[in-house]
Ligand binder design. Structure first.
Ligand code: PHE
Length: 444
């Protein structure tokens, strides 16, 4: 059967940017900036995104397009049986990450629903905190929203690449930018917003330390959707005429743009209301709603914000789902529709204990972590970096010539930074990633 292809270059770029732009940009990036000391984190992050992230993204897309297969098939085709284990690991990582990403995705739906039904009107800051705690620790409510989130993902992916994922991205990504622009304008026009802008943009070098640098590189990988097969899979549907470095450049730029806009949305609001920028993960679900509640038409602002989060989350989730669906569909030769449904159900079920871990199963811990944190830790610290290193090594050493042919379209479109890219894949990126793993395990 002819392999499906993206309908257009823009379609691929929007879908890949949809994968990259996610909760990582809007939820995690601003709180990391807040917790890691502001502008200095931004500087290090941007440097990694451009120098390392861009190169690894090119390698992933090229791997997928060259092999015309899911991550497992792709590693097998390019590196032989020995390397296929890394493809399998990528699929496993996508499966695991989606299982808890979808729980947070479910929270965004819960907040949209509660905002619309007036569940938050008249709340004060402390009440938001209480309500968030109630939501995430409840044994049933977040699981229902997790199911709804997965079901929406399945409904998109079941329609295939062009009429499912590409169409969803073409509708949702412009919507995302409109919502984001409106919210940034609102936030920047608050009294006292400039303190937040300054905190975000002006680096204070005294905050520079190893843990912060490691966090910045880890975030760059997560945010670009690297290391779990998402871009290998999306790349496998990319037309052979398209330039990979050019497409990757677009995706990195859009991802960075959204992270910066999210910073301009969240930090000025936090400073204008004298809240703590280092509040951590609760910044989005507790601090911000409390701020919005104080604004005229705060309900509208709040609705836009949680819709934005939902859109960002679902376009990322479908890329993770597609990784697993393409693997099962191709390797076991089963029909896409049923595969999508069953994979969706399996990921949903696997996610349930993570949700319970935040409430009734909170006492069940391994290495001092509940299941939710443990899965996040294992995938962020081991699976994702190992997947990224494997891609770099395959591209830089194992089949370098094939990768060059792919990246330059058989020499038709020379890539100006080919030498830099080669050494990045061969040595620099793998060493940098190894160091981050080391820091995560043995660091403070
Ligand atoms: N990049 C997404 C984010 O920033 C997360 C993600 C990782 C999605 C890997 C797909 C694959 O939230």
């Amino acid at each position: 059967m002819q392999r499906e292809h993206w309908g257009s270059r823009v379609g691929f770029i929007l879908a890949a940017a949809g994968s990259a732009v996610g909760l990582g940009n809007i939820w995690k990036f601003p709180y990391l900036v807040g917790a890691e000391g502001g502008g200095v984190f931004l500087v290090v992050y941007v440097a990694f995104l451009i120098a390392i992230g861009f190169c690894v993204m090119i390698a992933e897309i090229a791997l997928g397009r060259h092999a015309q297969a899911n991550p497992f098939g792709a590693f097998k085709r390019v590196g032989g049986k020995r390397w296929s284990i890394f493809g399998l690991l990528a699929v496993l990582t996508a499966f695991t990450i989606l299982s808890f990403y979808s729980i947070v995705g479910g929270w965004t739906i819960a907040y949209v629903v509660k905002t619309i039904t007036g569940g938050f009107s008249g709340f004060s800051g402390a009440e938001f905190e209480g309500r968030f705690g109630e939501l995430v620790t409840s044994p049933i409510e977040p699981i229902v929203y997790h199911a709804v989130f997965m079901a929406i993902g399945v409904l998109i992916v079941i329609n295939g690449i062009t009429s499912g994922i590409e169409r969803a991205a073409k509708i949702m990504m412009p919507l995302l930018f409109i919502l984001l622009a409106l919210l940034v304008v609102r936030s920047l026009t608050l009294d006292g917003a400039m303190a937040g802008v300054r905190y975000f943009l002006v680096p204070d070098w005294s905050h520079l330390d190893a843990d912060m640098v490691a966090a910045a590189l880890g975030q760059a990988f997560f945010s670009l959707s690297l290391g779990m097969g998402a871009l290998i899979t999306y790349g496998s549907y990319l037309d052979e005429k398209e330039s990979i470095p050019n497409a990757a450049g677009w995706v990195v730029s859009l991802d960075l743009l959204v992270a910066i806009l999210a910073g301009f949305l969240i930090l000025p609001a936090v400073f204008a209301f004298n809240m703590d920028p280092a509040a951590g993960p609760g910044l989005t679900f507790i601090t911000l709603p409390a701020i919005f509640a104080e604004l005229p038409f705060g309900i509208v602002v709040q609705l836009c914000f949680f819709l934005l989060l939902f859109v960002a989350a679902i376009t990322s989730a479908i890329s993770l789902l597609q990784v697993v669906v393409s693997f099962v569909g191709e390797e076991f030769n089963v029909c896409r529709q049923w595969t999508t449904v069953w994979v969706g159900i399996a990921i949903f079920l696997f996610g349930v204990p993570s949700s319970l871990a935040l409430g009734v199963w909170g006492d069940v811990t391994f290495f001092d972590m509940n299941i939710f944190d443990l899965l996040g830790y294992i995938s962020d610290t081991f699976f994702l970096p190992i997947g990224a290193i494997a891609t770099c090594l395959v591209a830089g050493w194992v089949s370098y010539d094939q990768f060059v042919a792919e990246v330059t379209n058989e020499g038709e479109r020379p890539f100006a930074y080919l030498t830099a890219w080669k050494w990045m894949c061969r040595v620099i990126a793998p060493l940098a990633i190894l160091w981050v793993m080391y820091d995560a395990v043995f660091g403070a």
